[in-house]
Design a binder for this molecule. Structure first.
Ligand code: ZN
Length: 458
């Protein structure tokens, strides 16, 4: 029943015992459901119609949200691409996996991934990604029988950051979906488009028009790729200095990716008459001027960066909106559980499908967003932000701030005293750090070859 490739995957995962679970017991007519995971890079929840955005950026996400369960308060594991995706795929917080807060320099090593678990249950597994930090060397490819990380386009100013746009990624994923298969599938599609620079193709570059603030001033251009009070170098679009113009283009990128998401969802529905489990989220948000940072991420864990969309649609789940806090670490147990597979012990997240329905709530808990030098602990009504100085976990009480959520994923500094219980939990979380696993052959090497082939470097 198992081909040699899957046996290799099983051996790698050490998962032989796992096969006594639901998958082997299924008669052919009880085939487990297909599973689609969509992650979008750099997508703030509050730029989607279903999360309250005033312009029409996301008709297809919104339709999915109407058919499924929308979580209003979902938190990203990190505000960087590789750390968040490593948490999405392992149900481990950033400090519990070997990618840690590294982004392109570290990789998953011995952690069991969602793809390995699905492959062990005889799923056909495939991934189509669009960000250089998700390339095979990141360790995220383990468990995927198909891992398409061909990135043909150098990002504007940072030529070493290759990427792939939604049209190209979708065409590959659609071709894969078009192949008839007897086994159920686990498909992960990652869309890169909202990540800067904001250069959606026409007509999406002119489609969204947000009104500028009355006192909107032009922004200076920064020489560095990050920092406050200006447009980071990699984001600069010639002749554009007004923040609202950048925001319109960011919204246009969302509208563009959403168009292709619509095509993908239509193909999945055609394949499977609506019985696929679908989870939609993003890896992190983006700053649009909060605390004087514009058009960047990864430097903090505030809600504009860590509040992500999270929509779950599955057979038997009734449409609803939930205000309970959910997190990237919930994705592995949730998808396994809904697919009827055994959830391994030791996950940091929970299977949220078991807590849905009118009048039901998820367990009260704290979840963490982490960039290495900053950690936030979120609950349903507030969050605490901890800034470390120097060594990870080495911080003083004065480095902790408490915030309250307000509408639309924003926040305000809270007047109340620091909660000692949360503060000691944050310290405990910060102290338990797994060793990082460096990438042996840096992705840069491959990148330089690629740049040379394209004539960008001598
Ligand atoms: Zn990202």
């Amino acid at each position: 029943m198992f081909g040699t490739r899957r046996i290799a995957v099983l051996a790698q995962a050490g998962l032989a015992l796992f096969l006594t679970g639901a998958a082997l017991g299924c008669a052919p007519e009880e085939r487990p459901p297909n599973v689609l995971l969509v992650t979008v890079d750099t997508l703030r929840a509050d730029y989607l119609g279903s999360y309250g955005f005033p312009a029409n950026t996301s008709p297809n996400v919104d339709r999915l949200a109407q058919q499924g369960v929308l979580f209003e308060r979902a938190i990203a594991a990190s505000t960087l691409t590789a750390p968040s995706h490593a948490s999405i795929m392992t149900s481990r917080y950033v400090r519990e996996h070997s990618v840690g807060h590294g982004n392109g320099s570290t990789r998953l090593s011995d952690e069991t991934t969602l793809a390995m678990l699905f492959a062990a249950a005889d799923y056909d597994t495939a991934a189509f990604v669009g960000n250089v930090n998700l390339k095979r060397a990141s360790g995220l490819a383990r468990g995927f029988l198909t891992y398409d990380d061909e990135l043909p386009i150098p990002e504007g100013e940072r030529k070493e950051a290759f990427e792939r746009t939604a049209d190209l990624t979708s065409e590959r994923a659609l071709a894969w979906l078009g192949v008839r298969r007897e086994r159920p599938f686990f498909l992960w599609v990652h869309y890169q488009d909202p990540h800067g620079p904001y250069t959606p193709p026409s007509p999406y570059d002119r489609e969204i028009h947000l009104s500028p603030g009355a006192d909107e001033a032009p922004l200076p251009m920064l020489e560095k790729h990050g920092g406050p009070n200006g447009v980071p170098a990699y984001q600069v679009i010639e002749d554009i200095s007004r923040p609202s113009h950048y925001r319109n283009r960011y919204a246009g990128e969302i509208r563009y990716f959403d168009h292709w998401l619509g095509r993908l969802l239509a193909a999945v529905e055609e394949t499977d008459a609506n019985e696929t489990i679908i989870l939609f989220t993003s890896d992190h948000g983006e700053s649009m001027g909060e605390e004087d940072y514009f058009f960047s991420h990864g430097y903090a864990t505030t809600p504009n960066l860590s509040h992500v969309p999270f929509v779950l649609k599955a057979p038997g789940l009734k449409p609803e909106r939930k205000s309970d806090v959910v997190h990237h670490v919930d994705i592995v147990p949730t998808l396994l559980d809904l697919a009827g597979l055994q959830v391994p012990d030791g996950m940091s997240g929970i299977a949220i499908g078991q807590h849905l329905g009118p009048g039901r709530f998820l367990p009260d808990r704290r979840v963490y967003s982490d960039t290495g030098n900053e950690i936030s602990a979120y609950t349903g009504d507030k969050f605490m932000r901890l800034r470390t100085r120097g060594r990870l976990g080495d911080f003083k009480k004065g480095d902790i701030r408490t915030y309250d959520w307000t509408d639309g994923g924003n926040w305000q500094i809270a007047a109340r005293d620091i909660d000692d219980a949360v503060s000691s939990e944050l310290k405990r979380y910060a102290d338990e750090t797994k060793a990082l696993q460096r990438i042996d052959e840096p992705m840069n090497h491959e990148t330089i070859q690629h740049l040379r082939a394209l004539g960008y470097v001598e």
